[in-house]
Design a protein around this ligand. Structure first.
Ligand code: GDD
Ligand code: MG
Length: 361
């Protein structure tokens, strides 16, 4: 039996206003929370027990997943009263683990979609008797990530979280946010204060000469931390570019959930997902977008690479591109929302011709 810990306590600041009501890992990506896609993949890799390290809006996870039986795993939620950081969150769930001291424990960042071979990563960790084995990938721009160079034997030589200067960019190989830990290593993380696994635990293990290995595998991978990435993750799941056993329907150009309705003279494509009870009216175009439950896209409206929250209404002829509209907002007719626009929950924007834009993406 392998156990897994999911780190799901972050505030999801870059996804505001979507994360005001819903924690980032619970936002519907192709109709299901990221956490549910991750649990389905863990189960496929042989994991039977999942511990959620929650903090921000912890109750949302407990309500949705219960004891995990509906998702084919045994599930436990452990909540931090104050956020303890990634390492503190891992240490905080120790009492809920059933693993023995030398057993491997899988640990996942809760906002990542990955198609990599987790069972292979665990087998590699066991075969080399490592303390920690990190999934690593190569990216064009490593700056928003943890940089993880390895030597010829695949041993990690350094861990540089979010480099600040060009000199620090020593590799394009980054931490993909999926670790295997020997359980004893978790026991050794300090308690009672925030700890960053990236800034403290990994550098500390390396300084002590502990065996920390890389598992380099360039399968499908995406961090869902920004609105554009979130919309992309959803469309990649819908089209099948990203694998998930939890996709609630067949892969294709669009996914319609429950009682979603699309007018015969509307176009929905590019991996769009239309939520339960949502409507796309005559002449509208929805491309590469996430339309959440109960939202309404008016006649002739155009919604491109955008996220439309639950119960929101987009007026006739309005165009949204690269925009994020939170829940229950009402946008009148003939507006134009330029890339980077963000509309807060319950906002009202009238039937005037205005243009909202911002430099944030
Ligand atoms: N329980 C708990 N408590 N979880 C937390 C806390 C906390 O205090 N802080 C963050 N998390 C969770 C978040 O919910 C998220 O799932 C995960 O830890 C990582 O946090 P992010 O805020 O998404 O970090 P990041 O994307 O900037 O960077 C991390 O991920 C990159 C890969 O996606 C780092 O691990 C980088 O090294 C890595 O490259
Ligand atoms: Mg992240």
């Amino acid at each position: 039996m392998t156990e897994a810990i999911l780190l799901v306590g972050g505030q999801g600041t870059r996804l505001r206003p979507l994360t005001i009501d819903t924690p980032k890992p619970m936002l519907p990506v192709a109709g299901r929370p990221c956490t549910e896609h991750q649990i389905a993949r863990l189960r496929e890799a042989g994991v039977t027990r999942v511990v959620l390290g929650t903090s921000y809006r912890a109750e949302v996870f407990a309500e949705y997943f219960g004891d995990g039986s509906a998702f084919g795993v045994e599930l436990v939620c452990v909540t931090e009263e104050v956020p303890l950081g990634t390492g503190g969150a891992i240490r905080n769930v120790l009492g809920a683990l059933a693993s023995g001291p030398d057993d491997p424990v899988l640990i996942l960042n809760g906002d990542v979609l990955s198609g990599h071979d987790m069972a292979g990563q665990v087998a590699h960790h066991r075969a080399h008797d490592a303390d920690v084995t990190l999934h690593l990938i190569n990216v064009d721009d490593p700056r928003p990530f943890g940089l993880v160079p390895t030597d010829a034997d695949g041993r990690v030589t350094a861990f540089l979280e979010k480099p600040q200067t060009p000199e620090e960019i020593v590799t394009h190989q980054i931490n993909a946010g999926c670790y295997v830990f020997r359980r004893r290593v978790i026991d050794a993380i300090p308690t009672g204060r925030p700890v960053s696994v990236e800034r403290e635990t990994f550098p500390g293990l390396l300084a002590a000469g502990a065996p920390v290995l890389g598992w380099v595998e360039d399968a499908y991978w995406l961090d869902l931390g920004t609105p554009l990435a979130f919309a992309r993750g959803s469309r990649d799941l819908v089209t099948g570019a990203a694998p998930s056993p939890a996709l609630p329907g067949p892969t294709g150009p669009a996914l319609l959930l429950g009682t979603a309705t699309v007018h015969a003279d509307a176009t929905v494509d590019g991996g769009s997902c239309i939520g339960d009870g949502a409507e796309v009216a005559v002449g509208a175009l929805v491309r590469g977008s996430v339309i959440m439950d109960g939202a309404h896209i008016g006649p002739g409206a155009q919604v491109i690479d955008s996220i439309i929250g639950r119960g929101s209404r987009i007026g006739a002829g309005t165009r949204c591109e690269g925009s994020v509209i939170a829940d229950r907002a009402v946008i009148g007719a003939h507006n134009e929302l330029a890339p980077g626009s963000r509309v807060f929950p319950d906002a009202r924007i009238g039937d005037t011709v205005i243009r909202l834009s911002s430099d944030r993406s």
